[in-house]
Design a protein around this ligand. Sequence first.
Ligand code: ADP
Ligand code: MG
Length: 435
Amino acid sequence: MSKNKKEDTLKKLEKSFDVTAAGMRRIARDFHSEMERGLAGKKSSLKMIPTYVRRPTGAEKGTYIALDLGGTNFRVLQVELKGGGRSAVVRAEKFALRKAHIATTAGALFGFIARSIKDFMAGARLGAGKRAHLGFTFSFPVKQAAVDSGILIRWTKAFRAKGAEGRDVVALLDDALGREGVTALTVSALLNDTVGTLVAKAYEDRRCDVGVILGTGTNACYYEPSRDGMVINIEWGNFNKLKLTPYDRALDKASGNPGQQILEKMVSGMYLGELARLVCADLVKKKALFAGRPAPVFGRAYAFGTEQMSRIAADRSKGLSGTAAVLKELGVRKAAPEDMALMKKVCDMISTRAARVSATALAAVLTRTDPAMSRAHTAAIDGSLFEKYPRFSAKMKDALRELFGQKARRVTMALTKDGSGKGAAIVAAVAAASR
Ligand code: ADP
Ligand code: MG
C-alpha cells in the first residue's frame, strides 16, 4: 500500500474510534434516559437492579468470610471489620477457574467452590462452634428480592455452567456447602463486585457514592436518592446507545452473547485485545500492516490479549523493543518499525475510546444525583484495566475535564482493591445484624 493510501486508511480508522466531546455529551444524555427508563421498569438497556444494600455507618465490626466469584479467579477471604472505617483482610486465598469449571454444570461449579471454602475454613480459627457469616460477591446480573438471595439472570463473560440461570445462587452455594458438611457458615449477603467496591470505600469515605469495575468486564453502581439511598446495580456493560465500528459488530456477532453487553465489548479487558486483533487483521488484509503477510495470530479469535496491548502501550523505548518482544511472543518474528508504530497506534485508539466511554458513563451516573456537580464525589474503582493499563485513568480524567471543566476536580477516582472482599464483609455484617 502506498504511503498516502496508508495515511488515509489510518485517518479513517482513527476517526471511527474517536469519541468527541459532543459525542460524549450525547452518550451521557442517552445514559440518563436509559437510567430513568430502567428505574421506571420500562424497556431499557440498563437494568437498574435494586440490591437491598444501603450505606454502611463505618461502625460495623467483627470477623467475616467473603467469597468473590466473577472473573478469572475466585477468592475466599477472612476480613476483620474494626469500626471507625477501618478494616483488614486477614487471610486470602485465590483459586484459578479453568474452562472446565466455568463450562460445567452448576452443581459441579458450586461443588468446587464449596470444597475450596471448606479447605479455607479449616485454617480460619474462628473458635469452635462459632457461626460465621459469609458475604458472597457474585459479579453477574442477578435479580434480588432480599440481600441474602438472588436469581442469576444470565451468565456473562466466559461463564456458562448449565442449570444456574434462573436459579438462586445463594441456594446453590448453600446446598453445595451442605453437601461438603460446612454447616457453621451462613451465607448472609449476596452482592455484585461493583457493590462491594462501592461499600468498601463508602465505609471509610462519606463522599464515595459510585462503584465502578474496569476489569475482565465492566459495571457500576451508585446510591439512588429516589430509592431511599439503596444501591442500584446499573449493569452498565449492557448499555447500547453507542456508535459501533465494523470491528465492534464483528466482535459482537462472533461472541457468545450477540446483541448484549455492547458497552462492555467496547470497554473491558476481556474484549479490547480482540478488537485490536480484528483491526490489525483488517490492516494486514489491506496490506497496510506487515506488508500484507498474514501472521497466524491475527487469524485466531482472542489470541491477542488486553495485557499484551498494555505492554505495547507502555513501551516508550526508541526502537520499540517492548513491542517487538510482544510480537515475537505472538509469533511475528520480523516487524518493521512502522508496523510496530502502527500497532501501538491501534492499541492507543482502542484504549482511548474505552477510557472516554467509561468516563462518560461515570459522568452520567454522577450528574444523575448531582446535576450541577456542586459536591465532591469519590468513585471507587477496581479492576486491572483501570489499575494497570498505561494512562487509562489519566485519559478518563481528561474526558471528565472536557465534560465538567474545572468541576472535574470534584471527582476523585480512587483505586479500591479488595473491595469485593472487604465490601462483602461489610454488607454481610449489616445483613447479619438485621436478621
Ligand atoms: P476480574 O475482572 O476478572 O476480577 P481483573 O480486574 O484483574 O480481574 O481484570 C482482569 C482483566 O484485566 C483481564 O481479562 C485482562 O484483560 C485485563 N488485564 C490484565 N492485566 C492487565 C494489564 N497489565 N493491563 C491491562 N489490562 C490487563
Ligand atoms: Mg474483580
